[in-house]
Design a binder for this molecule. Sequence first.
Ligand SMILES: [Zn+2]
Length: 354
Amino acid sequence: MPQPEQPNSRRAARLAAEASATAPAHRATADRAVASRRRFAFALGRRGVVAVVAVLAVGLIALVVALARPGGESTLPDGTAPAAANPTDAVTLPGGSGAAAGATALPVPAQSGPAAASCDSSAVTSALASGSDADVIAAFGGGAAFRATVAAGAAPCIDLGDPHRVWIVVDKRRPLNPVDFEPAEVVAPANIQRTVDGRLQPPAAEALTALVAAAADEGAGAIGLNSAYRSYASQTRTYNGYVNSLGRAEADRQSARPGYSEHQTGLATDVAACDGGCGAIESFGGTRQGAWTAANAWRFGFIIRYEDGYTAVTGYQAEPWHLRYVGVELAKAYHEGGFHTLEDFFGLPAAPDY
Ligand SMILES: [Zn+2]
């Protein structure tokens, strides 16, 4: 989580104060003490030496303790105590959980400047009331700040289970609520080949159209839409079909149970490479379209929801064809933060099974 840097002058002043309060200062003080001791020893004779050395030793210890105390540095120009500034270092961990643990002294990014807000902020409150997910994320200070605040458990006004919001997280431990949720509107993305059928919530549909156009413009070839929104009823039919032919265990490996599918949000889509005809979604990962999408989907607000190597967290085998729309701000934070699962991104528990 990026933290605003301290102004250079303040930082320099703090460093200078720290430097003068540590080893060199102690050494200089000790050198002077030794010189004093020699002068006193000459004047007082051997019996006096013992007493003077004892007194000086006690004095030295008191001096060292006084210099080592944080309060000893209260001469900084702005009165900033380094003890309060240093926890910033503990908040630079990439993940959410570590940052939360290290930030106990800070109520999350409570820095000055254009940093993150909290649920108490009037900007956040009014953005939530407006219904604009993008405005809410902006009010928190952008995608990375929004994520960090939510992952730290410091955003009680953000419900990761609200299917009306772009930050909804659906997995095998987080069914849709209500379980038969239907998005208010789903539309067919324009200018895209379809192998079956597919409608998405309007922002996701527009984003997919832009992604497909960019892939073609940038030489990655044609991408087609295989599947997108699936209702609770259609997911029930699909899942039951798998159960009837393969048994429940195998059905669970290949298909989400009704109410647990991201497709029901209207924010997820399966895509295929369409060189000539469109291929199967299962072969998308090995195509140039698949490689381009893995590298560039975030630019259009999508993440690859089920990556190779993260089945223990997501509960699904790799599905390089399954794109989940989270909006550009969150997708950018996901990409730049090096995240691979939405669970990690928001500090949620792994969901390997139901
Ligand atoms: Zn899918």
